[in-house]
Structures are given as C-alpha cells and as structure tokens.
Design a protein around this ligand. Structure first.
Ligand SMILES: *Cc1c(COP(=O)(O)O)cnc(C)c1O
Length: 465
C-alpha cells in the first residue's frame, strides 16, 4: 500500500488496530513499570542503539513502529509513574488526567481562539475561575495555559516589563530598550534557574539583577529586601527547589505594594500549598502579588506540558503577548492565545480541568498534604538511621547528608544504581547533599520505608569499602 499513503491512513483510522496495539502496550507498561528498576538498566540503555538507523526511504509499518517503541523504548524510560522517583520536582500522573488527555489527543484541537475550539475556550474559562478560587486570588486575575513554569515565569515577567515601563512613560513594545528608563530586577539568591533565564530572554541582563540574600532555609526575609520603587520588578518564591521553603511573602508584598513595584511569585510546585487547609499558612499574602506561575505537572500530578501563568493585570499581559493578523478573528468568548506566547497550542487545559474536577477541593488538600506527610516520614526515618536532615521539612522537600561529602556523593550514586528508588544531589550551603522531592500521589508509606532501607544499604556499601 506504499503507493497510496492516504488510503493507508484512512484504513488505519477506520480499523483502529494500531490504537488497540498502543493501548495494549500502555497497559503492559502500567503493569510492569512500577515493579522494575526506577532507572533503566544498563542493558535497556544499550538497546537504545536500536533507534540509530537511516530514515526509511518509504512508508513504514505502523505496527512495527509501535512494537519497536515498546520493546526498546519502554524499558529505557525512567519509571516516574511509580512511587519511588524522588528526583527533580516531578509529580506522577493521576489516572483520570491521563485518560482525559488520551481522549483529547483524538480531538487534536488547536486552541488559539474560541473559533478554533469552543470546548477548550469553555474549559479554560472554567479552570481559570476554579484556580482563582482554590488559591484565593482576586477576581481580576486571568490565566494563561502554557507549557510549564519556565514559560509562565517568562510571561509574568513580560507583563511586568510592559506595565513597569508603561508606568515610567515608556512603551517597550514599540520603542524597545534603546534609550529606555532603567528598570530594576530584584530576586532572591536562591531563585530558580528559569527565573534567571527569563530575565536574560527579556533583555534585562543578568548582570543587572539585584540579589537579595537568603537565610539558612533558602528564604528571602523582609530584612533582605532593598528599598523598592515604581520601577522595580520583584520576584519571590513559594517553594524553594531544594528546601521547599517559602519567602516571607506577606510582609514583602506589603512593602512592594506601598512602593508600587510589581511582584511575581514563582510557585511552580509550592503555590499549591494554598489549596491545603493545613499548609495554607505558607502562602499567606500571595493575593497581594501581581502575577504567579505554577505547574499542573508537578504537585497536582497532571501529565507534563502543563504550566499556568496567573496575572492580575490583564491589559499588561495581553499587551505583552500581543498578537494580531488579518485572519485572526477574536470573539467575545475567551480566546486563549491572548494570554500565551504561542499561537498554536494543544488542548492542555483538558487534563488540568479534569484533575481539579476529580480531586475537588478536599482531594487537592489530601493530595498536597499527603506529599508533605510522606516527606516528614522520610525525614524522620532517615534521621533515625543516622542521616542528617538539613532543612526544616515545611513542604515536600528533604535535604539529607551523610558523615562526609564524599560518602554523600557515593551514596547517591549507589542508590541510583540500586534501582530501588531515585534521588539526585544538589549543593546546599556550599555542601554536596542528597535532595529528595516527594511529589507523586503514588508514593505510599511503604515506598518511603523501602526507600529508606535502600539509603541505608547504599551507605553501608559505600562505607564498607
Ligand atoms: C520546576 C520549577 C521551575 C521550572 O518549571 P518547568 O515546569 O520545569 O518549566 C521553576 N521554578 C521552580 C521553583 C520549579 O520548581
């Protein structure tokens, strides 16, 4: 059938056999991924050479493509859907969020405009409202559904840049930086790398950053904040990527607001604390900021490619991300591209909406607090085994050290190789440490205890030799 590609594709759409095949593989993956090594074995990684080949001259068999992907691809994945992956700040995937994503993949909606997808426009409108209510943010807030926090931070800072220049009688969109008034960028010493990236991308210049010092938990306290003014963009953090700590948001926002500065809060994983009755105290005052960034794909456990930008100043955001073209027809309904840097975009709000609807407010609370409880358990059990816990476990992050940096580093490598769980390393207060992030709904108390045993046996192995 290589001479009639279109016919072949119609056939595959009608027969659905390849989708059944994919479903079979996916279910096989779901059944086996939890029991195997968290990180792929050396053999699985070696088998990746199967993918090194010339691009085929002619159309290839769909079933064979799927077979190759499952046979050699699935074993070389990192098992992140299970409960013992503690690297990065990842999050697992809630079943219904995955299922609704599957369905919406069949829709293949492009989502810039209401006229390109009324259903997505409606779900964005509803989800925007739910998020504001859940996090306790003002009515005027608008949401942009973007790929992740990297892009959400970029958009928040773009809106800030537009507004702060506008307040200083400068139209940055038309005039650019040449001859522009000076704008100040103030961030914490422990701001996430993607904050610094956004600052560079937006042309502010990393050398122009005014750094605020952080305390032993990695927090910015009020005393570290310089005098602010109406030409300042200030970035705060809800959830330090190492320690999980929160800046002194309430007090600092008060100071920034009285100076007419713009405040953006990077809350990639930590802002969800606002949805937990027992952790809400960490996020007091967030409603005073101007923009916020967070991820569905972290704490909320949606599939990846799910970031959210929230902004109180709709005009600034829309102007910053301005989009026009004679064929673009805006309507009175929600046109998503006004709030995102992209034009074409997949329907990522579907799984976010589904996850919020599935969990409900009580479920979000249970999920978020559950991650915290597991982190506290991890800290306690490791401490009882003689590991040093370096941070105050206020959220879902635990920082751990062994007796020496060398033992710590080698213990990390040994844990990673064991396949029992996966943790990474980081530098904390100048020292090499183990960094644990509890962010999957699938992590159980038993997973924590099993992982602690893997820590102990890894350290034993390291110190024996
Ligand atoms: C993960 C993270 C980011 C970057 O988010 P992505 O979704 O990976 O782009 C930014 N800030 C913090 C605090 C994070 O944890």
């Amino acid at each position: 059938m290589t001479n009639n590609l279109q016919e072949k594709m119609f056939y595959e759409m009608e027969q659905k056999a390849i989708f059944e095949q994919a479903k079979g593989y996916a279910f096989d993956y779901a059944d086996t991924a939890l029991g195997r090594n968290v990180f792929p074995t050396d053999e699985a990684i070696g088998d990746l050479d199967q993918f090194i080949e010339e691009m085929p001259e002619f159309t290839f068999d769909s079933g064979d493509i799927l077979r190759q992907l499952h046979q050699y691809g699935s074993p070389a994945t990192v098992s992140q859907i299970g409960g013992r992956y503690f690297g990065l700040v990842n999050g697992g995937v809630i079943p219904v969020s995955l299922a609704t994503r599957w369905l919406s993949d069949f829709w293949d909606q492009n989502t810039p405009l209401y006229l390109s997808s009324p259903i997505v426009s409606k779900l964005e409108e509803v989800t925007e409202l739910w998020l504001k209510q859940l996090l306790g943010l003002p009515k005027s807030v608008v949401a942009g559904f973007v790929s992740g926090s990297s892009m959400a931070i970029f958009c928040g800072l773009a809106a800030a840049r537009y507004r702060i220049f506008q307040n200083n009688d400068w139209d940055i969109n038309n005039k650019g930086f040449d001859g522009a008034p000076k704008i100040r960028i103030v961030i914490g010493r422990q701001a996430h790398g993607t904050v610094v990236k956004a600052i560079a991308l937006l042309g502010f210049g990393i050398d122009n950053i005014e750094w605020m010092e952080t305390d032993a938990e990695g927090r910015v306290n009020l005393s570290a904040v310089p005098e602010l003014d109406a030409s300042t963009i200030l970035l705060l953090q809800a959830g330090n990527v190492n320690s999980g700590s929160f800046d002194a948001i309430d007090e600092i926002c008060d100071k920034a607001k009285s100076a007419n500065a713009w405040v953006h809060i990077d809350g990639a994983f930590g802002l969800w604390a606002a949805g937990s009755s027992r952790l809400k105290h960490l996020t007091i005052g967030i409603e005073k900021a101007d923009s916020w960034s967070l991820d569905g794909h972290k704490t909320l456990n949606t599939p990846y490619d799910n970031g959210i930008l929230l902004c109180k100043d709709k005009e600034a955001l829309v102007q910053a991300l301005q989009a026009s073209g004679s064929y673009i027809v805006y309507t009175d309904n929600r046109d998503g591209m006004m709030y995102t840097p992209e034009m074409s975009r997949r329907a990522r709000v579907v799984e976010l909406w589904a996850t919020l609807k599935y969990l409900g407010k009580a479920g979000v609370d249970e999920l978020v607090f559950g991650l915290h409880e597991r982190a506290v358990q991890m800290g306690k059990e490791l401490k009882a085994e003689g590991f040093e816990i370096l941070n105050d476990v206020v959220f879902n992050q635990v920082l751990v050290a062994c007796d020496s940096e060398e033992i710590t580093t080698r213990t990390i490598e040994t844990i990673q190789k064991s396949g029992e769980c996966w943790v990474g390393g980081t530098t904390w207060l100048g020292k090499a440490v183990i960094r644990i992030s509890i962010c999957s709904w699938a992590t159980t108390e038993a997973d924590i205890s099993r992982s602690v045993r893997a820590f102990v046996s890894a350290r034993d192995k390291v110190t024996e030799n």
